[in-house]
Design a protein around this ligand. Structure first.
Ligand code: ADP
Ligand code: ZN
Ligand code: ZN
Length: 831
């Protein structure tokens, strides 16, 4: 055989190994095997993987027996050259492997491996199957959930991946992930005009009568016609109108709506909000921008001609979203794609709805709470393999992992709420920050990036002040509604004067009562869930801790158990002290559950809902709470920071923050910045429409600089006041941090390894190396931990320095004494 015609492919496999794997490309696959194409291979003891071809070449690898590619799965590349370069950038910057990036970047359904479990799905009707496909389906019928490896063994075939891939495309087979997180259609109430009024004469007669005796109801009918784009004779097809949108846009009351239903004029139907149907054409043009918004919009456009990145610093409810919508329209007109990034925790339905009204179903939604099958759908759509009935997406609305989607013509990236910590991935690798990665991504596509927030991160704000980013401000709320008035309550004084009722000051209780009397709504914020963060024996001081982690257990009253918020370990609430046997075991501190408990005692008539990880762990549960609050079926919403996320409610008059101190005192260099952001963002939920809202903050230290600056709505002053400290102690935004966490079952091993590593690092990095120290939690999931922090000046040597850190880590791994040690590098960590 002529050796020159031999071809080899370097593959990215979904593994935490630093190198690419080389395989021989058999002659019959040579034409199909191109960079970015998926293929299947066997590695080691018959483990099968889906790899991505990075490059094809004719250099035979040396030193090992090279294996053949089994199959090639695609005709067109699933991953472009640019995406692979982006993956390589992420791996390099965040100190992980490209394989780990691949694992995070591509939905499971597109990277089947031996262990993937497959299930039969509804057989697509009228689709023919090949004999092999039928064989596979027969096996699945008898053994649903069989792993791919076993399936291959049963059929005595190594080459079932292409057949499985086709079966997935025919939707005859699905993966385990889909069963776990299957998409629950969202339900909404739609309002219809009953058919007897669809004629011109009957409609006018009805309207005339209403106008005489029930003007408000008439106004509702007119609004419905407008929103449903209905005109008898001319436009006879009434579009479904969302009940909430109708009430919002018309300012009408539920009572008027009810009356119309009772009169058989309206009919309300509960329907699924179809995410993928293509019946959703745009309903309206974007709202016209007001003067301030227009100025901001023009300035953004202008500045982005020169600069790559723009920071839009707009107060809550200034209409940032409306400005985004106009920009998106502009980029779509130029034929460009737009990526709209949202923080992970945000409940997207409000914003999806707002964008759909304007852009119809040109929007693909990519969320970690959607099923894998849905993520596959969005991914394939962008590759150009869109499903039937689904248009090509031009806008992707998504959480951090959507930076990995296969765009080809990206023109604009919007990073909404850019200060949010959920843009940073903690675990597992790649520990990337989607905001920062998006800047690099935009650079690769020649696209522009707009980040918006009411409370910029210090990093972004400093970049804006230094002119690296364009800086645009929008400091008036829409309709000039005043920012909420802020009241600080001194907890010590209130206690002295006996004005505290449980965790509520008199001022807070009075404000809540008044709001309820006016039939308006309240949000109460407490950044801890559960009933009380710990329990304690008052006789001997015993506190129950988690068996696996060094953290106290939180009491949850609903389940009457103590739980670890890190690993989930739980025990029944103890009646007696586990140490001295005393029965004086008290609940200490308070969380959202306790607030709910108090509130229902103080205001038994109020309708109360709680939103935290316990009640809103699924997207659907969270959305339902929001929906009920929005529809005013709930008077008081109690929550953790979940309630601070850019939600737009119309009738919230009072926001209460029950204890600002535990945020302020959190031992972390970012805690003041975070507290300012949280308090300002939660406050931003008050009085967004109509009258000015009120925010009540309880604290033992109302003179605290953070509180005083929030009180005066002085972001810039606050920022300036903090800079010196950040600079002096070498923290961001002046320095870059890299945190190395070492973990091992045995404490002495961790300690010795950490000392060794720190010494090694000091050889090249000197006094930039701090520690090793114990982290906030010494032991997590049964593993002991130690941390080394490296503080690095912002200059061009950063990649060199990361490389020398990596060398020191690799060196550590070669030592026999430290076997089993884990080292987790975190570049630009949040804590
Ligand atoms: P932000 O994103 O800055 O918090 P939003 O874009 O959510 O502000 O605006 C707050 C509210 O004001 C929303 O209900 C929005 O629809 C409304 N709004 C803002 N600008 C306009 C405008 N130009 N025309 C009509 N409504 C607007
Ligand atoms: Zn005791
Ligand atoms: Zn634990």
């Amino acid at each position: 055989m002529n050796l020159c015609s031999e071809k080899y492919a370097d593959l990215i496999l979904p593994l935490a190994v630093p190198q690419y794997y080389t395989y021989r490309v058999p002659a019959e696959l040579q034409e199909a095997a191109q960079p970015g194409i998926r293929c299947t291979v066997v590695l080691g003891a018959r483990r099968m993987y889906t790899g991505i071809i990075r490059r094809v070449h004719s250099q035979p690898p040396e030193g090992f027996q090279v294996n053949d590619l089994l199959n090639v799965l695609d005709q067109i590349p699933y991953v472009s050259e640019l995406q692979m370069q982006f993956w390589e950038w992420i791996a390099d910057y965040y100190m992980c492997t490209v394989g780990e990036v691949y694992r995070a970047a591509v939905p499971s359904g597109l990277k089947l491996e031996s262990e993937s479990r497959v299930y039969p799905a509804k057989r697509a009707e009228g689709v023919p199957f090949t004999p092999l496909e039928n064989q596979i389906l027969d096996v699945l019928e008898n053994d649903p959930g069989i792993s791919i490896q076993k399936l291959a063994a049963v059929l005595k075939k190594n080459t079932i991946m292409p057949a499985l891939k086709l079966l997935m495309e025919k939707q005859a087979v699905s993966l385990e992930e889909d069963l776990k997180a299957s998409y629950k259609a969202r339900i909404k109430d739609y309002v219809y005009l009953n058919e007897q009024y669809h004629g011109e004469a009957s409609l006018h007669k009805m309207l005339n009568e209403l106008e005489k005796r029930a003007a408000k109801q008439a106004a509702l009918v007119v609004k419905l016609l407008q929103l449903g784009i209905f005109q008898p004779g001319v436009n006879p097809c009434l579009r479904p109108v969302d009940k909430k949108e109708l009430l919002n846009e018309s300012g009408g009351s539920i009572a008027s709506l009810k009356a119309l239903v009772d009169k058989d004029i309206f009919r309300i139907q509960t329907e699924e909000v179809s995410r993928l149907s293509n019946t959703r054409t745009p309903v309206r043009k974007p709202y016209a921008l007001n003067e301030n918004q227009t100025r901001a919009y023009l300035k953004i456009q202008h500045e982005l001609e020169e600069k790559e990145v723009c920071l839009l610093h707009g107060v809550t409810s200034s209409g940032k979203t409306e400005v985004y919508i106009h920009l998106i329209e502009n980029y779509l007109r130029k034929g460009k794609q737009v990526l709209y990034l949202l923080p992970e925790i945000a409940l997207t339905s409000q914003i999806i709805q707002r964008l759909r009204y304007v852009f119809g179903d040109a929007i693909g939604v990519y969320h970690s709470k959607f099923s894998d099958a849905e993520r596959v759908e969005v991914y394939q759509n962008l590759v150009g393999l869109q499903r039937e009935n689904s248009p090509l997406y031009k806008i992707i609305l998504g959480v951090r992992s959507s930076v990995f989607l296969p765009f080809n013509n990206l023109g604009l990236i919007i990073v909404d709420e850019e200060h949010e910590t959920t843009y940073k991935q903690f675990d597992p690798a790649p520990r990337y920050n989607a905001r920062d990665a998006a800047i690099v991504l935009a650079g690769m596509y020649g696209a522009k990036l707009l980040m918006g927030t009411a409370t910029p991160s210090f990093e972004s704000y400093l970049n804006a002040l230094h002119g690296r980013y364009a800086h645009v401000e929008l400091l008036q709320r829409y309709m000039d509604i005043q920012l909420p008035e802020m009241v600080l309550v001194n907890l010590c004084e209130a206690r002295k004067r006996k004005q505290m009722h449980s965790h509520f000051s008199k001022v807070m209780l009075d404000a809540i009562r008044e709001t309820l009397d006016n039939k308006e709504q309240v949000i109460l914020f407490q950044n801890r869930r559960g009933f009380s963060p710990y329990v304690e024996c008052t006789t001997c001081g015993w506190i129950p801790y988690c068996k696996h982690c060094d953290v106290s257990l939180t009491y949850h009253k609903n389940s009457n158990r103590l739980k670890c918020h890190y690993c989930g370990y739980s025990i029944p609430h103890p009646d007696r002290c586990g140490s001295c046997g005393s029965d004086k075991v008290l609940n200490r501190g308070f969380g959202t559950e306790k607030i709910e408990d108090d509130i229902t005692r103080f205001f038994p008539q109020a309708r109360v809902a709680r939103m935290d990880l316990d009640t809103a762990s699924t997207r659907k549960a969270g959305e339902q709470i929001i929906q009920r609050f929005q529809d005013r079926e709930v008077d008081i919403l109690i929550g953790t920071q979940m309630v601070s996320k850019g939600l737009d409610f119309d009738h919230v008059r009072v926001v209460g923050i029950l204890n600002a101190d535990n945020m302020l005192n959190f031992p972390d260099f970012r805690s003041f910045e975070r507290s300012f952001q949280l308090i300002a963002q939660v406050s931003g939920r008050a009085g967004r429409k109509g009258e000015q809202g009120r925010v009540i903050v309880q604290s033992a230290d109302p003179q605290h600089t953070v509180l005083q600056h929030v009180l005066n709505n002085n972001y810039k002053g606050f920022f300036t006041s903090q800079l010196l400290e950040r600079q002096t102690f070498k923290y961001p935004p002046y320095y870059r941090l890299v945190k190395l966490t070492l973990r091992h079952k045995k404490l002495p091993v961790v300690s010795q390894a950490a000392n060794y590593l720190a010494d090694e690092l000091r050889k090249s990095l000197g006094n930039r190396v701090v520690g090793p120290e114990f982290p906030l939690i010494n032991r997590l999931f049964t593993l002991h931990q130690k941390c080394i922090l490296v503080k690095i000046e912002r200059d061009k040597h950063f990649s060199e320095r990361r490389r020398s850190m990596q060398q020191a880590i690799d060196q550590l791994f070669t030592l026999e004494n430290f076997k089993g040690i884990q080292v987790v590098p975190d570049v630009d960590p949040y804590h």
